[in-house]
Design a protein around this ligand. Sequence first.
Ligand SMILES: [Zn+2]
Length: 183
Amino acid sequence: MNKAALGRLANEVRTDFGLADDQPFDPFRWSSENGIPFISLREFTADEAAMRHFLEERPHVWSAALLHDGRRHFVIYNPERSPERTRSDLTHEVAHFEAEHDPSPAWTDEGGGCGGTTKAMEREAAELAGAILVPLEGARRSAIRGLAPQSVARRYQVSVEMAEWRMRMSGGYEIRRRARAKR
Ligand SMILES: [Zn+2]
């Protein structure tokens, strides 16, 4: 899927939830409406080997993991990360589902990369998650108006880095520059 198609898919996901361009996306609501549980590692004790892997071998490295227990998919996530990071980690997993990537176990690491999926799928998931969290129109309008990334981050409840990235990619700063140059 190209960027435009991913943007359209992101808008569909947001429209299904009745979200306006300036409202934050809640991955936990997606979880309950789609029947794919998001479980904090603190409440997840089914698999000791997995727990050891996360807590002892790679304690700071992982953010969320997509698992399948033979009956259904579910996602476990690291409860130690900030709410903004958790929102972004979980929306990344949402993006894999929405893009209909083969949901083989995907281990999301600190940098947002997963194992078990291809590089192309990771690029799609990152782009799609960004567009679900901070929609193109909202990012563009914010950049044109010259809003601080901090206030955009607060509005969408994402990290400042995420807000900056979405504003930069929206083309809004170019529009702002051209408009100011004309004056
Ligand atoms: Zn991924």
